[in-house]
Design a protein around this ligand. Structure first.
Ligand code: PMP
Length: 393
């Protein structure tokens, strides 16, 4: 039986890591994999996470199963972090296995509710969105998103395409810090998106995996909150991997805003059922770290301060890179790097140019020219800027 299996295509980003490891050149630079790294290249455990783990170790008296939906303390704290003050009578939520698990459960839930749906996704999007939908056999179409000339959003194209989503279809939107492009909508543009969805009855699924990495914790959630306040039905998949730095703890949440209390209860039941069928109880350790931090004033403010430092260090690197490139290229055509938000920017380079960066300068980025800003430090920014200009980008 097992020999009938077909080989799976290797993950491009994971392949890139292997290639990078095997490169023996001094001064090689890894801008591939999507984890935050400090200027020393380390992905640290945040101070508040360590402190929360210590408290949990000291006070936890049982490791018996949690609820199918996870702990209410965690779900309430996350709902508050993402949505602010939302009326609980419309909100169903379950803890999930990372943000990825929340996305998968959101798509399963949507298909249970509407077996005929089509999912509309940005072009480009996080490749795992596409891979999950292909695996599930869910029909999807892409909407225009990235404008390779401006390296910003092709908003006219996006509007025209998402207007084609019908009632009960899903429109997958990145809540902030678009991955892989770094190009994001303004709040005025989000209002237009909301108006289109109000018109069509398509349901937004907001993937928010980088809250706090762009313009700040509240600013990054502003679009999600606007959508949640304006539309009768909204699905939200949030990840704690990046903003709490707990990648391997697999901590996320799926939230569903329903039209009324009865639909909320149906959603809650279906979401708990989906957890039960998939893995039964969600992991607890990461969720407990998050709720310990968010529900304690001191830990919360220390965590928020460290997250601000992370965010500001990425903004500093963006500004430095844009400025170096302005000087070296004698043009402002790289200013988009300072305007993008989050951990990633799409350079808009060709695959040949990306290859050239690797061959000539030992600089590794994803083939679509997505670079991880956090892979840089103030010493490597000038090296990258020089290499970008030399590669003719
Ligand atoms: N959505 C996006 C856009 C992401 O970039 C990621 C992580 N790379 C996720 C969701 C999922 O994150 P995780 O499952 O690690 O929490």
């Amino acid at each position: 039986m097992l020999s009938n299996l077909k080989p799976q295509a290797a993950d491009k980003i994971l392949m890139l890591i292997e290639e990078y490891k095997a490169d023996t050149r001094q001064g090689k630079i890894d801008l591939g994999v999507g984890v935050y790294k400090d200027p020393q290249g380390v992905t640290p455990v945040m101070r508040a996470v360590k402190a929360a783990e210590q408290r949990i170790w000291e006070s936890q008296t049982t490791k018996a199963y949690t609820g199918l939906a996870g702990e209410p303390e965690y779900r309430n704290a996350m709902a508050n972090m993402v949505l602010g003050d939302m009326p609980a009578d419309r909100l169903a939520s379950v803890a999930s296995v990372g943000g990825t698990g929340a996305i998968r459960q959101a798509l399963e839930l949507a298909r249970m509710a509407n077996p005929d749906l089509t999912v509309h996704v940005s072009n480009p999007t996080w490749p795992n969105h596409l891979s999950i939908m292909k695996f599930m056999g869910l029909p999807f179409v892409e909407y225009r998103y990235f404008d390779n000339d401006s390296r910003g959003v092709d908003f006219e194209g996006m509007k025209a395409d998402i207007a084609k989503a019908g009632k009960g279809d899903i429109v997958l939107l990145h809540g902030c810090c678009h991955n892989p492009t770094g190009a994001n909508l303004t709040m005025d543009q989000w209002k237009e998106v909301v108006a289109i969805l109000q018109q069509s009855g398509a349901v937004p699924l907001i993937d928010i995996a980088y809250q706090g990495f762009g313009d700040g914790l509240d600013a990054d959630a502003a679009a999600t909150r606007l959508v949640a306040q304006s539309l009768p039905e909204v699905l939200i998949a949030a990840s704690c991997s990046k903003n709490f730095g707990i990648y391997r703890e697999r901590t996320g949440i799926l939230m569903a805003l329903a039209e009324n209390t009865a639909a909320r209860d149906l959603s809650q039941g279906a979401m708990a059922f989906l957890n039960r069928q998939t893995f039964s109880f969600p992991p607890d350790h990461g969720a407990r770290i998050v709720s310990t931090i968010l529900n304690d004033a001191e830990l919360r403010s220390d965590w928020a301060a460290e997250l601000e430092d992370v965010r500001n260090s990425m903004l500093g690197l963006r500004a430095q890179l844009a400025s170096e490139l302005r000087d070296l290229s004698g043009s402002d055509r790289f200013d988009f790097l300072a305007n993008h938000r989050g951990m990633f920017s799409r350079l808009g380079a060709t695959p040949e140019q990306v290859q050239k960066l690797k061959t000539d300068s030992a600089i590794y980025m994803v083939g679509d020219s997505r670079l991880n800003i956090a892979g840089l430090n103030s010493d490597t920014v000038p090296v990258l800027a020089r290499a970008i200009v030399d590669a003719g980008i």
